[in-house]
Design a protein around this ligand. Sequence first.
Ligand code: GN1
Ligand code: MG
Length: 376
Amino acid sequence: MKEELIKNFAIPGNLVKIQPITAGNIHKTYVATYLEEGKERQYLMQQINQYVFKNPYEVMDNIEGITKHLQKELEKNGDKAHQVLQVIQTKDGHNMYVCQNEAGDTEFYRVYNFIQHGTSYDTTQSPEVVHSVGKAFGNFQKLLKEYPIGTLAETIKDFHHTKNRYTNWEQNVEKDRANRVKTVKPEIDFIRARKEVCSLLVDKLKNKEIPYRVTHNDTKVNNVMLDEQTKDFLAVIDLDTVMPGSGLYDYGDGIRSATSNAAEDEADLSKVYLRMDLFECYTDGYLSELAPYLVAEEVRLMGEAIRLLTLELGMRFLEDYINGDLYFKCDYATHNLDRARNQLKLVEDIESKMEDIQGYIQKSYEKYREWGVTKK
Ligand code: GN1
Ligand code: MG
């Protein structure tokens, strides 16, 4: 079945095998191996999750535009060290294959090249890796700073609109669809006590105190491919949520993901805290690429953004648990609850370290801003 599907794409050589893999929380993903002139090459086929992405056409048009721009930037800079995700076209020249399944529902498939010599990490304790991941996302935003932002579709409406997310979350607590609210009272109280925090970045954007930028919006550590040997970054992947947003979403979510001491679903909360050493590595990597392009208000809000984005995800996991696990893929009954508790514990820890966090950001920013200016 999947063999038949991938044959609709213009991939050179012969298909050797295609296998499902567990990657990400959203799409169904398969790795296909092709033999081309004696060499094996791998490709990634994904079935787009339509519960999450209501308009796959917009998703793929965004991604095609972004990847072409990134490719041009690399060529312009003579950059041979980095790669860009490539959208493989179908044999009849489309960026997706659209078909009907047996039940008569429409399905959408896309294929990407596999980043050569690349590896990614779901969690890491390596300072080198964390520095490279920070650098990768800083570089991504830098390369897209001239991209015509108005041409990008909003692939998930109000994705990081934490204020609206809070309102929806309250409504879902009220509905209590899966009859689970009674089991999560302390978590609900924790989030309610932080209601005001949820408005911070959306209000700043609205008042034009910080600019809209082309942002990735899902800066998880495993969304960067690194060189297996050197651990330098090769490419940023998972471009479904590239949209207009605040650069602070990317920084906050990146620190949340890359610098926690434990996996996102670790249930032993004593292991969950922000590692200051890793936080410093990520921040240096990020600002070494981006510092000269940031406005002062963005820098001032970076620490708060870490707290906000972590709170937002904690709220999303809890909401999905309350709703009966409709959005995130789950491996067991309380998976979303463990994820939510994990993120809320991280919020608490970030709050206790906020002064040191923002102090370091300021220091690192001063260093790389000077560096950026003198280097030009
Ligand atoms: C999802 O697809 P993946 O696993 O990279 C989610 C992110 C969450 C993340 C948490 C489109 O990302 O927003 O931060 O899970 N993506 C979407 O693990 O909702
Ligand atoms: Mg991903």
